[in-house]
Design a protein around this ligand. Sequence first.
Ligand SMILES: [Cu+2]
Length: 123
Amino acid sequence: MMSFVRRALPLAAAAVLSLSLPAYAADPDSPQPQQVATAQASAVAIDNFAFAPALMIVAPGTKVTWTNKDEEPHTVTSADGGLTFKSPALDTDDKFSFTFDKPGTYKYFCSIHPHMVATIVVK
Ligand SMILES: [Cu+2]
């Protein structure tokens, strides 16, 4: 029981932090606006506990592929609780793809590390 509490507390603190601060401002390493990718870039790297690019704009019908470059497992989970897309836990060099057919703003996160958030805009 005590070991569970000790393990859960840092996660809870991280969750509170991510709720109380704008995600992009909280991390000085977050990509700046000029690094926003355009339609040709349909690949997202998961590296150093972050999605890169954190904001990507693609045309409808674009297939986006995520690759986990970390030694830690990560997931790609849509912010609607995984209803739109949801990867299994990706190990190192594992890939997950989703084709964005409908215009819209798709926020997603890593369900293992919920402070890892990013957005795909389809237009
Ligand atoms: Cu993760």
